[in-house]
Write a protein that binds this ligand. Structure first.
Ligand code: NOJ
Length: 730
């Protein structure tokens, strides 16, 4: 069942339960605490980290409705699957002893697989999933994640991130599906469908959470949790569609923007949380605050004069559940506010109804133990294969002069640079720990790039580099070794991070990496630049000198193997950029820019444009045709185009269909992606692809903030061809 089409049975059960609940029980349902509140001190070392007395106090006395995270806050830490099952079982058993036996909803950030379960299948992060342009892979990722989350005894996943990534400094850019709305909507929806299936009460399915509603991803200064200035038109045009699509795909929960838009913190934005989310989008599920964000209305934003007022403001604005997370302050304050009538019972009942609805829809009341066995559901061969395929399709070949790639297996290779021999740099934050940097906890059977190259080569592979990201690399030794090898693989990029800890002052690479690169280039050996990391750090100088450039972003646990497959030609690359890769730190222009951004001396000239990505074969699109020259208002236009593999190898190509509204009452982007298809073609093979562009595709947010289609000329662009059609006046 989709969360938005709740049935009579669920509603009847929710109402019957609500009628029996005390005020305390209701307020408890609205409270979410961190695991540390119910764990023994030093929970990280204990085999059973639960403090039974604290757990019983939380559930039986405070009636809390939800728990999140792992035993080792603040950095969290992965746990063995059996331990997770025991921990969540202990929670279920206490909940079963409570007066009304309301199950606790356990939430986790399983953002690229079951991130906090040891050895789980960890996919490429969202930015890399977007680079695959393959929604089937996003669907599979969702399905594998839900299965492994459920096998771990967990209930609820704080994913997908439906924020749009148009601010490359932002330290969570990589948690998004990139800069384009259509791509993000397509990939995010596919992920939700895979994760939730037809009915997220099914044993191997689980509810998702759309985050971070809304505008979180666009901080003006690039720092995490700082203000965005987004006008209503831009909000509706760029930032809301991902959430609209997520609601339509059936996601039952929404997490709120931790920062603020246009002076209003997300957690008090009644307009966003009610008028837009519920009245316009038809969302029926529950909202959850982000971390400590209700209290921050007082401690940080100074919107509330006291913690008590902060609770009142947020609840009245439409926050249903508070991720408190470390104490019962929210519970105590809301109880008091409800007793004095400052927060009316109608509002409490509304919030609790929504939370209970999600619990019923998720099937929590029907099961009192983990839904799934571990055997057959955790790290299956099929899941690992899907992950490997996703990593292969995520990696982007940006440059390949004189066909230096693929390398011959007998080539002698020097590998150097800080990202060559680490798994963390390919996985990013929310991997094993919150910041993802605990390299020693990473699986031993997953190869780094260096190890994967060593496994495949029949030649000589030498490594000059450290064991950690920050280890100094002996440049002199790297240069000496470079002279003795055919080719240098220079692996640069970023160490792992997320949230505020990843804030940056500049997109430039660390100067030491530049120094290493310059020294290597001096000797004139061919260099293959490989980058890993969550943001497009500036590589222009190095990329210009390198013979080949491979952009890895965050390809996940199979990233090393997949990259070696590509470098040696066992896989033909097919990844495409889901963002515009900037040429310089202040050259931040998106591909779907306005005409004024490419007028007179202004230009869109990124290092690599959105959608760029090479293959070891070549493709040609041709014969772009529309079924009509002119359509009536409200009609679709059908597009056909041929795509041919004109090279000598089998490969995959993504054909992208862009649309441009030639003249409009509001300035329109020079082009916008409206459809794409990825096809595999043998050498010489040709396929005709069909697309249908809908009135929604032709629409925009008009002068009066309503979505409209204006009559007039449109251009459809595929490859180097353009075709025109008219929308007739009604
Ligand atoms: C804060 C992050 O902003 C959010 O993405 C995450 O889901 C919560 N913390 C819970 O860990």
């Amino acid at each position: 069942m989709s969360a938005q089409e709740t049935n009579d049975n669920v509603e009847a059960q929710v109402q019957a339960l609500l009628a029996q609940m005390s005020l305390e029980e209701k307020v408890g349902q609205m409270t979410q605490i961190d695991f540390s509140v119910v764990s023994v001190v030093n929970g990280e070392v204990a085999d059973n980290p639960i403090d039974q007395a604290k757990l019983e106090d939380a559930i039986l006395n405070r009636h809390i409705g939800s728990i999140l995270n792992t035993p080792t806050t603040p950095n969290n830490q992965t746990q063995p699957i059996e331990k997770w099952r025991r921990m969540t079982q202990a929670i279920r058993e206490v909940a079963a002893k409570s007066r009304l036996k309301i199950p606790v909803l356990y939430g986790i950030d399983a953002i690229h697989g079951a991130t906090y379960t040891e050895n789980a299948v960890l996919f490429p992060q969202a930015i890399s999933m977007a680079a695959t342009f393959n929604p089937d892979l996003a669907f599979k990722e969702g399905a594998v994640t839900a299965r492994e989350v459920k096998a771990s005894g967990l209930d609820w996943n704080f994913m997908p991130v439906m924020d749009i990534g148009r601010q490359p400094l932002w330290p969570r850019l990589w948690e998004t599906y990139g800069e384009d709305v259509h791509l993000a909507v397509t990939m995010g929806s596919a992920y939700i469908h895979g994760h939730q299936g037809e009915d997220f009460a099914d044993a191997d399915k689980a509810p998702t959470c759309l985050k971070h509603y809304v505008g979180y991803s666009y901080p003006l200064n690039g720092k995490d949790r700082t203000p965005a200035w987004i006008g209503e038109r831009a909000l509706r045009e760029y930032f809301l569609p991902g959430f609209e699509a997520g609601v339509k795909a059936g996601s039952p929960t929404v997490m709120i923007n931790s920062a603020e838009v246009d002076g209003i913190p997300g957690h008090v934005n009644h307009h966003y949380l009610n008028t837009i989310l519920r009245d316009e989008m038809g969302f029926k599920g529950s909202t959850v605050s982000d971390w400590a964000d209700i209290s921050r209305l007082y401690t940080r934003d100074k919107l509330a004069a006291s913690p008590r007022e902060a609770v009142k403001m947020a609840v009245m604005a439409g926050v249903d559940m508070s991720m408190v997370p470390f104490d019962y302050s929210f519970y105590d304050l809301l109880l008091d506010l409800a007793k004095t009538g400052e927060v009316p019972m109608t509002r409490i009942d509304e919030a609790v109804t929504r939370i209970l609805r999600v619990k019923y829809q998720s099937g929590l009341f029907d099961r009192r133990e983990p839904d799934l066995a571990v055997a057959g559901n955790f790290v299956t061969e099929e899941a690992v294969a899907a992950n490997r395929q996703a990593a292969r399709e995520a990696i982007i070949l940006a440059k390949n002069d004189q066909h230096i790639l693929p390398l011959k297996k007998q080539a002698s290779i020097l590998v150097t640079g800080p990202t060559a021999n680490l798994l963390s740099v390919m996985n990013g934050g929310w991997t094993i720990t919150w910041q993802g940097a605990a390299e020693h906890l990473y699986p031993k059977d997953k190869p780094t790039l260096l190890q994967a190259l060593q496994q495949k080569t029949s030649g000589k592979v030498t490594y000059v580099g450290g064991k950690n990201f920050s280890d100094e690399i002996n440049i002199e030794q790297a240069v000496t070794q470079a002279r003795q090898h055919d080719v240098v693989i220079l692996a640069l990029g970023e160490k792992t991070y997320t949230e505020t800890e990843g804030n940056l002052e500049s997109l430039h690479l660390d100067p030491v990496q530049l120094q290493l690169a310059r020294a290597i280039f001096e000797i004139g050996k061919p260099v293959i630049l490989v980058t890993f990391g969550g943001r497009p750090r500036i590589i222009t100088e190095i990329a210009n000198k390198a013979q080949a450039v491979v952009l890895g972003f965050l390809p996940g646990m199979e990233g090393g193997a997949a990259l070696a497959d590509i470098l040696f030609g066992d896989t033909n690359p097919s990844g495409k950029l889901p963002i515009s890769y900037p040429r310089d730190t202040n050259d931040i222009v998106m591909y779907d820019h306005k005409p004024i951004e490419a007028f007179e001396s202004n230009q869109y000239r990124p290092l690599y444009p959105f959608g760029h990505g090479l293959s070891y074969t070549t493709f040609q699109t041709s014969d772009l045709r529309l079924n009509k020259d002119s359509i009536a208002m409200g009609e679709n236009i059908d597009v056909t185009v041929k795509v041919k593999n004109t090279g000598a190898l089998t490969g995959k190509e993504t054909v992208m269909v862009y649309l441009h509204d030639v003249a409009a009452s509001v300035s329109r982007p020079v082009k916008q992606l409206k459809a794409f298809k990825k096809v595999e073609l043998k050498p010489g093979a040709e396929q005709t692809l069909q697309f249908s562009l809908t009135p929604q595709d032709m629409s925009f947010i008009g002068v009066d903030m309503k979505r409209i289609v204006e009559p007039g000329e449109f251009e459809v662009m595929v490859g180097s061809e353009t075709a025109r059609f008219q929308v007739a006046k009604p």
